[in-house]
Design a protein around this ligand. Structure first.
Ligand SMILES: [Cu+2]
Length: 262
């Protein structure tokens, strides 16, 4: 490990233990499709594991899908909605619909506007990916898509299994990012896509402190999956941009995966 990586690792460990982890959601209910059709997407900033309040999103900087290496801008398809968390007031969020036609892997990516976190007086920008497949034909779910920072899946992100593991590689400016803390959560509620809301009911346990892991010298991390559902990884402060409007910026990489019982 390089010296800089060791210092980063030491700094990262002091970041854990925040009572509630923020996670940018880029959610669609079904990530393994058999037939063509319109899929709904929800872009919400919240606290999925604690299942509490949502937070206002500004207008996203970018929203697109990559299919077989071809990028399609989806910003024009965004609709502004109010999204209700289990607690608090509904917040500004976005929904979209996308028509899936051909077989293969679809990598959706969102660069949200930086969010001012008043409690810490820093901006947070969680650059987020969700991958889905149609027709059981893999076409590049493991390819990086050129985001400033991103988690590249080393296991098929739309098909992982409880009792198995998931490995991701964190990139910053296209290079492996060592010694970065990644927080891990699952969506601990039902997601009401028609009603733009998370359920009031919380479905499963919430560990007493944030689940976290540190990337190794190749930017890799591995997580053993303890229960089915939609799991998210947020590698904190991984991105190249460190400042926004004169304040500290935490540019995080987020990836969502789906885990099922085999
Ligand atoms: Cu928060």
């Amino acid at each position: 490990m390089k010296n800089s990586a060791l210092i980063a690792a030491a700094a990262a460990t002091t970041l854990s233990g925040a009572a509630q982890a923020h996670f940018q959601l880029l959610y669609t209910p079904d990530v393994v499709l058999e037939k063509p059709g319109d899929i709904p997407l929800a872009l919400v900033f919240g606290h999925p594991m604690e299942n509490t309040n949502t937070m206002d999103m500004g207008e996203p900087e970018a929203f697109f899908v990559v299919f077989k290496g071809e990028k399609t801008d989806l910003k024009g398809s965004l609709e502004t909605v109010q999204w209700a968390g289990a607690t608090g007031e509904p917040s500004d969020a976005y929904t979209a619909s996308y028509k899936v036609r051909r077989n293969g892997d679809y990598i959706f990516a969102l660069t949200p506007a930086p969010y001012m976190e008043g409690a810490e007086d820093i901006y947070i920008q969680q650059i987020t990916k969700t991958v889905l497949n149609k027709g059981a034909m893999p076409t590049g779910w493991n390819e990086p898509i050129g985001l400033p920072t991103e988690i590249v899946p080393m296991d098929k992100p739309y098909q992982t299994f409880v009792g198995g593991t998931f490995t991701g590689q964190l990139l910053s400016d296209g290079e492996p990012a060592a010694g970065v803390e990644c927080e891990i959560e699952y969506i601990n509620s039902d997601v009401d896509m028609a009603g733009n809301a998370f359920s009031k009911e919380t479905k499963g346990p919430v560990p007493p402190t944030a689940i976290a892991t540190i990337t190794d010298e190749n930017g890799l991390f591995t997580f053993g999956i303890p229960r089915p559902g939609t799991w998210g990884f947020a590698c904190l402060g991984a991105g190249p941009d460190k400042e926004y409007e004169g304040k500290e910026l935490s540019q995080d990489a987020v990836l969502w995966i789906h885990a099922a019982e085999l």
